[in-house]
Design a protein around this ligand. Structure first.
Ligand code: KG4
Ligand code: ZN
Length: 348
């Protein structure tokens, strides 16, 4: 089955405000491509606080979103689009409400359909937008590993909107574990790239951290113990930050590899799609590429982290649902991925 979708409505404006990136993009459904895209990252704003401050995030989205939409429309040479998609969840509620409010307001003003999009579905299908997974080559079913600051999920993707969660984290998400480890080691925010960079100079043989929950069957994850192990090690060896960073990174990567291999065996799939901010991690990419008999597809790094393109894209794919009245504003801090349905039946 092809993932391509035909529609009479060519352009979709995508709005992403679930966390600390204000993302706006325009997807052309006829061409199956993004035609304009703008991203504003709040990283500097939050870095001084060592993590995302929800109230500051909402206020900054309020300031940045409208100008970004104007600029993106100007880049595409369009006065408006034919539909608007926005991240309706999961994420920070105040931040989501900014995107939802603007999307519904514009939808009413333009008289176009407004499509609430699940943030993780955006990540899940982002590889179809570019990189090494052109849409026509990716066939259902496949397994997806979603690894971000808020989620660690293994998902069986049977079709658009047909997702079964195979396993998730019981506590910290893997990106969160990277961020907390970075903080413990005195590194900046976001922690993932900082830990990965420090690990490059570390001795991989010096310390070995546990591979949590790999000694029992199942596809659940738990990363909070790893963070405690990092803390204890750092207390004992305060001058060994690089060696601890590589021990942590190797433990996380091996844990993810073991669970991915299990998920592929269990579902009898030979394709793994990896998405979310942590998919930018080089060591993880190399490890997953080494999985025998498996085709591993990654979105390009710019599509791994939060962005408006992935939301505009899902909006385009979901245009069969385009009957949503623009007044139905939806924002959900929590929204299970497997509560989604195929186009024609979905509601947040
Ligand atoms: O998907 P994303 O941009 O935002 C969420 O929806 O959470 O993911 C952000 C997460 C952060 O925790 C960040 O530290 C992590 O992705 N991350 C990385 C790398 N780049 C970003 N983690 C490990 N290695 C990286 N290179
Ligand atoms: Zn994300």
């Amino acid at each position: 089955m092809s993932l391509r979708h035909n529609t009479a409505m060519p352009t979709v404006l995508g709005i992403e405000t679930s966390c600390d990136e204000t993302g706006v993009a325009i997807f052309d459904t006829d061409r199956g491509a993004i035609v304009a895209e703008r991203l504003y990252s709040q990283i500097e704003l939050h870095a001084q606080h060592g993590g995302v401050v929800p109230e500051l995030a909402s206020r900054d989205h309020v300031k940045k979103l409208a100008p970004l939409i104007e600029q993106t429309l100007a880049d595409a040479g369009l006065p408006r689009t034919d539909a608007i998609a926005y991240t309706a969840g999961p994420g920070l509620l105040g931040a989501l409400l900014v995107g939802a409010g603007v999307a519904v307001g514009l939808g009413n003003a333009w008289g176009v359909p407004v499509i609430p999009v699940h943030h993780m579905e955006g990540h899940l299908l982002a590889p179809l937008l570019g990189g090494d997974a052109p849409a026509q080559n990716l066939q259902f079913p496949f397994v997806a590993l979603l690894v971000s600051g808020g989620h660690t999920l293994l998902v069986l993707v049977r079709g658009l909107g047909d997702y079964a969660v195979l396993g998730e984290s019981r506590d910290d998400a893997v990106g969160e574990a990277f961020d907390k480890t970075a903080k413990l080691l005195g590194l900046g925010y976001p922690g993932g790239p900082a830990v990965a960079k420090l690990a490059l100079g570390g001795d991989p043989e010096r310390f070995r951290l546990p591979r949590p929950m790999t000694d029992r069957p199942g596809l659940e994850f738990s990363f909070s113990g790893l963070k405690t192990a990092v803390y204890t090690l750092h207390q004992k060896h305060p001058d060994a930050a690089a060696d601890i960073a590589i021990a942590f990174e190797l433990a996380v990567v091996e844990t993810l590899l073991i669970k991915c291999r299990r998920a592929l065996e269990q579902t009898d799939c030979d394709t793994l799609v990896v998405a979310g901010g942590v998919a930018a991690n080089q060591r993880l990419r190399e490890g997953l590429n080494g999985l025998p008999g498996t085709r591993v597809l990654f979105p390009p790094p710019a599509l791994c982290t939060d962005n408006g393109a992935m939301i505009a894209h899902v909006g385009g794919l979901r245009l069969a649902d385009g009957v949503c009245p623009a007044t139905d504003m939806a924002a959900r801090a929590r929204w299970p991925l497997d509560a989604l349905q195929a186009p024609g039946t979905s509601a947040p």
